[in-house]
Design a binder for this molecule. Structure first.
Ligand code: SF4
Length: 435
């Protein structure tokens, strides 16, 4: 792998107190694009007393970082799964099948954390010894020290189990339903990329967390329903970024609600002035201002992505994502005005109480954007493209819609057909993700 390590992590297996496998149950590309994975790796490396093996899962095979043979993982003390997506629970099952661990073994312990473990705790808890729900940073050392004490025979397995279950966020198979999500009280250091590589979604980009959780409460969203909005101080963020300017000038500002950071425009202006190319993980559309779009365009961007979810005002109220169509059109106008060539819209179909009229409202919104772009086309000498990413709504555990029954496939198919009629209008492209 072509990697630049921004932290040092000793790799001599003989000298380490615990051997820990940090597993991302999906590809190297996906894992190394994931800030949560980088954060846990950084926390482990900061102890300087463990051997850490990064492990990925590609083409139904384990991809190892140092070891030659995956069966060596059986001799490890801990296997930590960093689970971002609930779809990857099936990969955890496949990995465990490959490892074929003895059911009565002393080691390794299997622990899963990450967003996926918080969302579908029940399914994850069936596969591992312990799950961690929520934000691990504050408890991380305590948890690892308990395993270290157990390995050194300072505590019994009963004591280990009892002490682990006293930690907020930790649960075993029997207790996952009563465990609480651990939310850290005060953010300290922002999570950031610790290994740069060109084999990720954000090639050689230094990703850094600027905000955590979200101030909005969209009813379908796990993040919005679990945790409160927090942000890192501007100086802290800038220090971290300016420290790596000799290594990369590409930076990604990460958070579900980045534009709610009170100093985001200041941060953006300073980074542009310092010659950084800045990308953003996502925007809440109604936080976008004309000033932001101007900077965004000056920084060389040609495409903007927002997530209105629907054009139906009725459905917006039901899902509590109240970004008006008027607001979306205002943003589309700024995008065209400042020379962006593509507007990507994330849309959901199959939402609670959705009917065909709601789909017509969404089509109406798309056509209004197209009319607006047509007005700009003469002046611009090109027509900005509208790119629709249409996803089927899937109710998530831990949200207000968790017990909603998804509509029949025939209904979804009919609605896709309606939306596809927009292709005839030209300059509108589609991608679908339907279950
Ligand atoms: S704005 Fe985005 S991250 Fe925030 S609650 Fe809504 S969908 Fe979730």
């Amino acid at each position: 792998m072509n990697e630049i390590n921004l932290i040092s992590c000793e790799e001599n297996i003989k000298r380490h107190k615990l051997k820990i496998a940090l597993v991302f149950p999906n590809s190297y590309y996906a894992g190394m694009s994931n800030l949560g994975f980088h954060r846990i790796y950084e926390l482990l490396c900061s102890r300087r007393e463990f051997f850490i093996e990064r492990v990925f899962f590609e083409n139904n095979q384990l991809l190892l970082n140092n070891l030659k043979d995956f069966s060596k993982l059986k001799d490890f003390h801990l296997i930590l799964f960093s689970l971002s997506f609930t779809d990857d629970i099936r990969n955890i099952k496949k990995i465990l099948n490959l490892l074929d661990l003895h059911p009565l073994r002393k080691f390794p312990f299997l622990i899963a954390g990450g967003m996926g473990a918080g969302i579908d705790s029940e399914a994850v808890a069936k596969e591992v010894d312990y799950i961690f729900r929520g934000e691990a940073e504050e408890e991380f050392d305590n948890i690892i020290d308990l395993f270290l004490d157990f390995k050194d025979n300072k505590i019994s397995s009963d004591k280990l189990n009892k002490n682990l279950l006293l930690i907020e966020g930790i649960a075993d198979r029997e207790h996952f339903s009563t465990s609480r999500i651990n939310l850290i009280k005060k953010l300290k250091a922002p999570a950031h990329t610790v290994i740069l590589t060109d084999q990720t979604e954000f090639r050689n980009t230094f990703l850094i967390e600027v905000t955590r959780s979200c101030r909005y409460k969209c009813k379908f969203c796990f993040i919005g329903n679990n945790g409160s909005f927090r942000f890192y101080p501007k100086e802290r963020i800038l220090n971290e970024i300016l420290n790596i300017r000799k290594i990369t000038k590409k930076v990604g500002l990460v958070g579900s609600d980045v534009l709610s950071h009170p100093d985001i425009l200041d941060i953006y202006r300073i980074l542009i002035r310092e010659g950084f190319r800045v990308s953003f993980s996502s925007f809440r559309a109604d936080r976008i201002t004309e000033e932001f779009i101007k900077l965004y365009s000056e920084n060389g961007n040609k495409s903007l992505t927002i997530a209105p979810e629907t054009g139906s005002e009725k459905l917006k109220k039901i899902i509590n994502k109240n970004i008006s169509n008027e607001n979306i059109l205002k943003i589309a106008g700024w995008a065209a005005e400042y020379g962006l060539k593509k507007l990507k819209l994330y849309l959901l179909i199959g939402l609670p109480e959705e009917n065909d009229d709601d789909i017509k409202d969404t089509m109406g919104l798309v056509l209004d954007i197209k009319k607006l772009f047509l007005k700009y086309a003469g002046k611009l000498k090109y027509m900005p493209v509208i790119n629709l990413s249409i996803n089927q709504f899937v109710p998530q555990p831990g949200t207000l819609f968790e017990s909603f029954n998804m509509p029949d496939r025939s209904i979804i198919k009919g609605r896709i057909k309606m939306l596809k009629a927009l292709v005839r209008e030209g300059n509108i492209k589609f991608s679908f993700n339907i279950k």
